[in-house]
Design a protein around this ligand. Structure first.
Ligand SMILES: O=C(CO)[C@H](O)[C@H](O)COP(=O)(O)O
Ligand SMILES: [Fe+2]
Length: 229
C-alpha cells in the first residue's frame, strides 16, 4: 500500500507544472511535502485535450523519482495504456469505467502488473460502476470537475458523492483510498476531508503558486483541523 501511515495524502497534479523543467518540478514538489505525484494522461478522444504518455513516466523514474506515481488515465480504450504504464513504473493506475469494455479485466491487468488499481467517476457518472468491484479496487477517484483541464472550479455536489462512497467503503470492510480530483485548494480541502476523502489531487493550487511548500503546508493545516473533528 502507498504510505498507509499517513491519514491524508496530497498528490500534486503535474498538469500544471512547467513541462520544460518537469524533473526539477517533481523533485521540488516532493521536497515541499507532496506524498504522491498525480499524472494526468489525456488522449484528445476520451477527453478534449492531449497531455503525455508512458515515456514521460519512465523518464521521471530514470531521472530518479521514486515517489509513488498515481496515473490517472483519461484515455479510451484503456488496456494498451495500462500495459505501457506498468512497464514505465506507475505505482497506481486508475481509469474511467466508461472507457473500458471490460472493467474487471482492466482492473485485473493492473493488479497482475504489480500496481494498485482504481476507478475514476466523473461528476455525473453513477456509483453503480462500483457495485461488483469493491473487492478489487485499492482506490476510488471522484472527479470534482469534468475531466480534461486543470484550473477549473470544484463542483460542490461532489461532497455528497464523497459521503456516499465513504459509506460504501466502510460497508466493504476494505482499506480503499478515496481520492478527489479537480479544483481542490486550501479553502475547500477540509470540507472534502470531512466528507470522507483521504487523498487530494491539486494541480493549479500548488504549481501556480510561487512557494509550493507554503501551498502544501496550508493544505496540511486545514487537514489537521479535519482530522481533529
Ligand atoms: O484530472 C484532472 C483534470 O482532468 C486534473 O488532475 C485536475 O484537474 C487537477 O487540476 P486542478 O487542481 O488545477 O483542478
Ligand atoms: Fe487527474
Amino acid at each position: 500500500m502507498i504510505s498507509p501511515s499517513k491519514p491524508y495524502l496530497i498528490a500534486p497534479s503535474i498538469l500544471s507544472a512547467d513541462f520544460a523543467r518537469l524533473g526539477e518540478e517533481v523533485e521540488k514538489v516532493l521536497e515541499s511535502g507532496a506524498d504522491v505525484i498525480h499524472f494526468d494522461v489525456m488522449d484528445n478522444h476520451y477527453v478534449p485535450n492531449l497531455t503525455f504518455g508512458s515515456m514521460i513516466c519512465k523518464a521521471l523514474r530514470d531521472y530518479g523519482i521514486d515517489a509513488p506515481i498515481d496515473v490517472h488515465l483519461m484515455v479510451s480504450p484503456v488496456d494498451s495504456m495500462i500495459e505501457q504504464f506498468l512497464e514505465a513504473g506507475a505505482s497506481i493506475i486508475t481509469f474511467h469505467p466508461e472507457a473500458s469494455g471490460h472493467i474487471d479485466r482492466s482492473l485485473q491487468l493492473i493488479k497482475d502488473g504489480g500496481a494498485e488499481c482504481g476507478l475514476v467517476l466523473n461528476p455525473a457518472t453513477p456509483l453503480h460502476y462500483l457495485d461488483y468491484v469493491m473487492d478489487k479496487v485499492d482506490q476510488i477517484l471522484l472527479m470534482s470537475v469534468n475531466p480534461g483541464y486543470g484550473g477549473q472550479s470544484f463542483i460542490e455536489g461532489t461532497l455528497d458523492k464523497v459521503r456516499q462512497v465513504r459509506q460504501r467503503i466502510i460497508t466493504s470492510g476494505r482499506d480503499i483510498r478515496l481520492e478527489v480530483d479537480g479544483g481542490v485548494k486550501a479553502s475547500n480541502i477540509r470540507a472534502i476531508a470531512e466528507a470522507g476523502a483521504d487523498m487530494f489531487v491539486a494541480g493549479s493550487a500548488i504549481f501556480n503558486q510561487e512557494d509550493y511548500k507554503a501551498a502544501i503546508d496550508a493544505m496540511r493545516v486545514e487537514l489537521a483541523l479535519a482530522n481533529n473533528c
